[in-house]
Design a binder for this molecule. Structure first.
Ligand code: MG
Length: 308
């Protein structure tokens, strides 16, 4: 398997939906433009949930209509159900993402359905999406721990992952929803999923740094053979003061680590960091990414040196 890794950027959707501020469509387009310029080719831009649920993403239709289209860039939207899929089709978006949880309680609390009900609904969504020639990514939340149930049996993660893969999902993103995973568990889950017949090049890891283990878990996944990792620029969506904050792994931290290891990401680290800096200005507060903070500090020191 190639040493090259692929970073899937979630900041416009998973980042901004977990921020208290509502960012304007113009500022989102500037963020997405910065990401494209920095070399990101997979960007999750919004979600077609009911606008009243997530006001931060209520401009989904307008945003999609105004996206700068490039042949090499894949824009993704989260679709909770058939209605969401129809809205993605209306916007001529070629890439959609579904979601459900590996644990029963989290799934019930999140979407008010049992896992079996979710799977039945998603089979229909995925089948329709494939008929329309869309590419489908399916998130499996709580794959490395559940805030309600604690440890989630690996068999449950495997069962849900395999069911989604067999339903036609092109990619499965295993999500560490509240950052409960550890590097040993990551290896166990990845190996179990692969042993159950889901090829590793169809697996992505969506790690959260809620408890400080995101990079360690990403590295562990890489060593187990995974090559696609989700990141959110500057760690946006990781507000430590907001209840329910996800603590998204910071993209620049992933890119920097892989670059230092000699692993190609296709992303320009400086361009990514500059995009994160602009977003911090838009939000008007500090963002949690470690490389983001380092880069800002270096920029201030360089400016001081020049003016000294
Ligand atoms: Mg997340």
């Amino acid at each position: 398997m190639s040493d090259r890794v692929h970073i899937y950027e979630v900041s416009p959707r998973d980042g901004l939906q977990n921020e208290p501020e509502v960012v304007s469509t113009d500022d989102k387009l500037a963020l997405i433009g910065g990401l494209v310029a920095a070399g990101f080719t997979d960007i999750e831009v919004t979600s077609f949930v009911r606008p009243s649920w997530i006001p931060q993403l209520s401009d989904a239709a307008e945003l999609i209509a105004r996206l700068p289209r490039h042949d090499h860039v894949r824009y993704w939207a989260l679709v909770p159900n058939m209605r969401g899929l129809e809205r993605a089709l209306d916007g001529e978006l070629g890439h959609v993402a579904t979601f459900m949880s590996a644990s029963e309680t989290h799934n019930r609390k999140n979407v008010n359905r049992t896992r079996l009900e979710s799977l039945a609904g998603l089979r229909e969504v995925i089948a329709t999406a494939k008929e329309e020639d869309l590419v489908v990514r399916s998130y499996v939340s709580t794959a490395f721990g559940c805030p309600y149930e604690g440890r989630v049996p690996i068999d449950d993660v495997v069962t849900v992952t395999r069911a989604l893969y067999e339903a036609g999902a092109d990619h499965i993103a295993l999500g560490d929803t509240t950052g409960m995973g550890d590097p040993v568990l990551v290896q166990q889950v990845v190996k179990a999923v692969a042993a159950a017949g889901v090829p590793l090049d169809h697996i992505a890891l969506h790690m959260h740094d809620t408890q400080g283990t995101a990079l360690a878990n990403v590295l562990s996944g890489y060593l187990a053979g995974v090559r696609t990792f989700d990141g959110s620029i500057a760690g946006v969506g990781g507000c430590p003061y907001a209840p329910g904050a996800s603590g998204n792994a910071a993209t620049e931290d992933l890119v920097h680590m892989f670059q230092a290891m000699g692993v190609e990401t296709g992303v320009d680290l400086d361009g990514a960091a500059a995009t994160g800096a602009v977003l911090a200005d838009v939000l008007g507060r500090d963002l949690p990414g470690r490389f983001h903070k380092y880069w800002l500090g270096a920029r201030i020191r360089n400016a001081a040196t020049r003016t000294a």
